[in-house]
Design a protein around this ligand. Structure first.
Ligand code: SDX
Length: 390
């Protein structure tokens, strides 16, 4: 590094990044969706109402929301050839790879809704993606556990339909657990947008070339997959499990982190923007206690997570580096209690983040100043030199 900090490399401040969707104050730990504090959204809204807010800019009227919900419910079915597409993928494929492939494949099935300059095609591709992503995510889950795919049930809400697609089966009726339904709705809302993080910036950059929505979101899913980003929620569970299996206690793991042992990080801690407690982590932590108590689940990993958090928040090494729990630190414990396999955790993050990706893609698509995205490079290579005479 030439005396520049990570921050100089990490942030590109250009007009192309202007946005009216989400506001974050990393020092104060503030997050607002179209001006509404995340705490009030989590308390009062639901997933589709918040999706409308992010995409269209204001809260919907009751009839707008009902119509939005109805349009989405009636676009949940996938083309039958998509099932064969999923069948052709390896059994042990990671669900995030299955999801990214499936979303990209949508642009082969819906060639009538690919033009970003046609408002009607933008609208129908928005509805199709919001409706079909959860179904494909559930297919990825069923594929990974060797169970039959289920068809969507349009009589159910967005979240309940998703739960049934994941945990229902052909042999018996499936009963929605209201505790799980309410908690998952809240978790998905907390993930809906987060300004221009790595995956959202990817969606904006790919979309800024006038690539279609499916291609842009598929790129965002691949960016989210990384363990430093959305993949962190899966990595946190692995870390907690490693601490539990080691029998050496939390303090030993913290020492390894502080000694910067190769690849040993406090997953679910730290953030590019939040140098304070991630407001979402506070809300997720509340849900963790509520859900596990309501489900009667006792998970030692939650106790380990709390002990890890307590030690880190009181240790100068983490305080000096302003490292606090982020949104990924407690989510995995809840998803595990709900019955999702660990490899589905980042898929759940993607379902939550979809409305934000769509909102940013549409906002960028409507603002000529943001096309074509081309981050300004900071050249640190060789100065001009002549080719050696031989
Ligand atoms: C998400 O951007 C978003 O908004 C993302 C997200 C969203 O909603 O889209 O919020 C979702 O991706 C949350 C982040 C999930 N990732 C993780 O939990 C992985 C672990 N976290 C780290 O990889 C790290 O904290 C980052 C990449 C998230 C952020 O890095 P920072 O804050 O810019 O920190 P840095 O890389 O500049 O490091 C500063 C110091 C370094 O130590 P020194 O070299 O100064 O001695 O802090 C250390 C780092 O080594 N550090 C950590 C650490 N994170 C930073 N040390 C141990 N464990 C960590 N997690």
């Amino acid at each position: 590094k030439t005396g520049l900090t990570t921050l100089d490399y990490g942030f590109v401040n250009t007009a192309a990044t202007r946005s009216a969707i989400t506001y974050i104050d990393g020092d104060a730990g503030i997050l607002r969706y179209r001006g509404y504090p995340i705490e009030q959204i989590a308390q009062n809204s639901n997933f589709l109402e918040t999706a409308w807010l992010l995409i269209y800019g204001d809260l919907p009227s009751a009839s707008e929301l009902a119509n939005f919900d109805d349009r989405i419910r009636h676009h949940t079915l996938l083309h039958e050839d998509m099932r064969r597409f999923f069948d052709s993928l390896p059994h042990k494929a990671h669900p995030m790879s299955v999801l990214a492939s499936g979303v990209s494949a949508l642009s082969t099935f819906y060639q009538d809704s690919l033009d970003p300059r046609d408002p009607e095609q933008v609208e129908i591709s928005t509805i199709r993606l919001l409706a079909k992503l959860p179904v494909m995510a559930a297919y990825a889950h069923k594929k990974s556990v060797g169970q039959a795919f289920l068809y969507p049930d349009n009589s159910l809400s967005f979240v309940d339909n998703f739960l049934k697609l994941n945990f229902g089966n052909m042999a018996e009726p499936y009963e929605i657990n209201p505790v799980v339904s309410k908690a998952l709705e809240r978790l998905l809302m907390l993930h809906e947008d987060h300004e221009q993080n790595a995956s959202t910036s990817t969606v904006r950059l790919v979309g800024s070339t006038e690539a279609n929505l499916f291609a842009s979101v598929s790129s965002g899913i691949n960016a989210l997959f990384g363990p430093l980003h959305g993949g962190a929620n899966e990595a946190v569970l692995s870390m907690l499990g490693e601490i539990q299996a080691s029998g050496q206690g939390v303090e030993k793991y913290v020492e390894r982190v502080k000694n910067k042992e190769q690849g040993v990080k406090l997953m679910g801690f730290g953030h590019r923007v939040y140098k304070n407690y991630d407001p979402r982590a506070t809300l997720v932590k509340e849900s963790a206690h509520e859900v596990l108590a309501a489900l009667g689940v006792q998970d030692d990993l939650l106790d380990i997570a709390q002990e890890l958090e307590h030690i880190a928040l009181n240790d100068d090494y983490f305080k000096e580096r302003r490292l606090y729990p982020n949104v990924d630190f407690y989510t995995g414990v809840i998803y595990k209690a709900m019955g999702f396999p660990t490899r589905m955790f980042t898929v759940l993050f993607a379902i939550g983040r979809l409305p934000g990706w769509v909102a940013h893609w549409r906002e960028m698509n409507e603002d000529p100043a943001t096309k074509i995205g081309r981050p300004q490079q900071l050249y640190v290579g060789s100065p001009a030199r002549d080719y050696p005479r031989r």
